[in-house]
Ligand binder design. Structure first.
Ligand code: AMP
Length: 222
């Protein structure tokens, strides 16, 4: 049994790598709204076609589309007893709608892990970030390069830079984060579920703290 957990933080905070690691360690699904949307684009679904223009510009995809997509995912059997959500919710409207939907199912959010990161650090991380086009595994050209240039260690897929990680779009994504997502810190603080972890430091140090927060809460629920 797991907990219902949200990862919150600016682009480049490390939401993807940290939530993936905890997901492997605890056997609880990692659900990334960005990965789901990228998969829809790859498969050419109507949602993907709609989402692409927003994503390429660093804008958010309309709330109604994303909420429906995430709700469908977290109702699948593997996510019924917990999940690590990465990149959702991203606006107060998404958070309110999500809370209402979860309350209706008697499974409120247990923990919001806020990965606090300076813009300087995040910009450096994003500049070096490379992602497998096939399985979404995240690499970094300096800190975590693939063993073979541009080839994913896990699945052999092509490793490349996300189009929205290019400098102009990244700056706009930070603006969007400040305007639309940052207010969620206060929102979840008020609800008493937010825990802040500094991510302006090496991955392992932040991971130990995130793991302890998760493990302690999990132990308290058993
Ligand atoms: P990410 O992989 O989380 O950085 O997301 C990449 C892009 O996908 C974002 O810049 C948005 O265009 C879109 N996206 C991901 N999650 C959401 C969300 N919860 N609401 C709206 N758009 C999203």
């Amino acid at each position: 049994m797991g907990l219902e957990v949200i990862f919150l933080g600016p682009p480049g905070a490390g939401k993807g790598v940290h939530s993936t690691k905890l997901s492997h360690d605890y056997g609880v699904p990692h659900i990334s709204s960005g990965d789901m949307l990228r998969n829809c684009i790859k498969s050419g679904t109507p949602l993907g076609q709609l989402a692409k223009s927003f994503m390429d510009r660093g804008e958010l995809v309309p709330n109604s589309l994303v909420i429906a997509m995430v709700m469908e995912r977290i109702r699948k059997p593997d996510a019924r007893s917990g999940f690590f959500l990465d990149g959702f919710p991203r606006t107060p409207e998404q958070a309110r709608d999500f809370d209402a939907a979860l309350a209706g199912e008697g499974r409120p959010i247990d923990l919001v892990l806020y990965l606090r990161t300076s813009q300087d650090m995040a910009v450096k991380r994003i500049a070096g970030r490379r992602v497998c086009e096939q399985c979404g595994r995240i690499f970094h050209i300096v800190n975590l390069p693939p063993k073979q240039n541009e080839v994913c260690d896990g699945c052999g897929g092509r490793v490349s830079q996300r189009k929205d990680d290019l400098p102009d779009t990244v700056l706009h994504r930070f603006e969007v984060y400040e305007q639309q997502t940052a207010p969620l810190v206060a929102y979840y603080q008020k609800r008493g579920v937010l825990r802040e972890v500094s991510c302006d430091r090496p991955f392992d140090e932040a991971h130990v703290e995130l793991d302890a927060l998760y493990r302690d809460l999990l132990a308290g629920r058993r």
